[in-house]
Design a protein around this ligand. Structure first.
Ligand SMILES: Nc1ncnc2c1ncn2[C@@H]1O[C@H](COP(=O)(O)OP(=O)(O)OP(=O)(O)O)[C@@H](O)[C@H]1O
Ligand SMILES: [Mg+2]
Length: 325
């Protein structure tokens, strides 16, 4: 791919627990180009958030990167010390979380929360930062920015808080925004507005965006390319149109099958994948999906399939596909 901004290669994360060490990311491979929007989908527990957190150097205490590379704009993020990461987080890479109240400081005004990173990273004066913050609040569709600037987060609605978080994320003109389930906590109408806002900003600011979601509707709306994750690995990668039209991995087929569709909402809402995501301490050998897979071959519980290119943009890790199939 030309002009890659972020490249994650064979990223491995482990957690230590009383029972020993368990592997949560088992070699994640993905990359994103400047200005691109990449979707990251997969059932709960597949490792989407951990991929984002490991990239940002924000893993929980018990978690540890034990292998792989994360290269961002020519720098290896895994080798940066805390100061180095602080210079990138919130500046070149920003994150938007599902629940704004966990990311916003309840005892600090919205204005201060937006101006603080601007003053720190862009070294603007208080007055210049204020004017930039007001501009951002207007840009993310917040009515009466001057009044909202002085408000505390609890004085705003959920949709408005999410817009404030987006304004914060954009405050230092990041090159990459990672949005982890940014609209899940919002009601449907507000979800659509926030997605529309993100899409507009992505195009306008030529942002690279990684959008993490369970929802293929969100992917279809925003992303150009998508990576499907299962049990700490990317199992399929494709341009969004190809994923919908020529779904390769049996797991992706199951996920798409269990997405409600407009034509037959009731029928399609039935879960198409039997069984559940195994706990990370019980990841099956071989292809982790094999116990739930209707196309299982003899090799599937013995060897882990690697991501292989199929066609112009697709990659799939499945023994029943491509050269293997
Ligand atoms: N602090 C932790 N300690 C132990 N295991 C953890 C911890 N955080 C995450 N995990 C495990 O790592 C796996 C991946 O978690 P992750 O949060 O990345 O999933 P996810 O794909 O983002 O799921 P969701 O869609 O529910 O947000 C899960 O199985 C989870 O149990
Ligand atoms: Mg998550």
């Amino acid at each position: 791919m030309t002009d890659t901004l972020l490249s994650i290669r064979n990223l491995q994360v482990e957690f230590r627990s009383s029972k020993g060490t368990v592997s949560a990311l088992r070699g994640v491979d993905l990359s994103i180009a400047r200005g691109e929007c990449l979707g990251l989908v997969g059932e709960s527990g597949s490792g989407k958030s951990l991929t984002a957190l490991a990239t940002m150097g924000l893993l929980p205490e018990a978690g540890q990167v034990v292998g792989g590379e994360v290269s961002f704009d020519g720098r290896n993020l895994l080798q940066l010390d805390r100061r180095g990461l602080d210079g990138i987080r919130g500046k070149d890479i920003a994150m938007i979380f599902q629940e704004p109240m966990t990311a916003l400081n309840p005892v600090m005004t919205v204005g201060r929360q937006i101006t603080a990173p601007i003053i720190r990273h862009l070294k603007l004066s208080e007055a210049a930062a204020r004017s930039r913050a007001l501009d951002l609040l207007a840009r993310v569709g917040i009515p009466d920015p001057v009044a909202r600037f002085k408000a505390y987060p609890h004085e705003l609605s959920g949709g408005m808080r999410q817009r404030v978080m987006i304004a914060m994320a954009l405050s230092c003109e990041p090159k990459l925004v990672i949005a982890d389930e940014p609209t899940t906590a919002l009601d449907v109408t507000i979800q659509a507005q926030v997605l529309e806002l993100l899409r507009g900003l992505q195009e306008e600011m030529k942002l690279a965006v990684i959008i993490i979601t369970h929802d293929f509707g969100v992917i279809a709306e925003l992303a150009q390319r998508v990576c499907v994750m299962y049990c700490g690995k990317v199992v399929e990668e494709a341009e969004v149109v190809d994923l919908f039209d020529r779904t390769m991995h049996p797991y992706s087929m199951g996920l798409l099958g269990s997405t409600p569709s407009l034509e037959s909402p009731l029928v399609r809402r039935l879960p198409a994948i039997g069984g559940a995501v195994p706990h990370i301490s019980e990841t099956p050998p071989g292809c982790a999906f094999n116990p739930r897979c209707g196309e299982r071959l003899v090799v599937c519980d013995k060897q882990i399939p690697v991501l292989e290119s199929i066609g112009r943009s697709q990659r799939v890790a499945c023994w029943a596909r491509g050269d293997h199939g």
